[in-house]
Ligand binder design. Sequence first.
Ligand SMILES: [Zn+2]
Length: 101
Amino acid sequence: MKSQRDKALFRKIAGERVVILDSLSLRFSGSDPALSKYYTRLMQRIAEHYKVDMPKHEVPVCKRCHSRMVPGISAEVRLSSSNRYVVYTCSSCGYEKHLHY
Ligand SMILES: [Zn+2]
């Protein structure tokens, strides 16, 4: 039986791991995409299991293949000015993410 204090400790450790995995997935997004995807998926699973907030993503994550969408490296970015959104196109799977402005 886990005590309330243990759960708080587990969530604190999970939060630290999520931050570390976030920086690692960004670091390897250009050089080793498979490792970057693995770190991103691991980060999402830890955050879901321990109910930890995901870090505020400045770099979007592809919903289909879990790669980081770094402009010019792993994603193509263009503006759709008539519809008022930014389109991020994943270079490995072609998934399009729309960010409204
Ligand atoms: Zn993708």
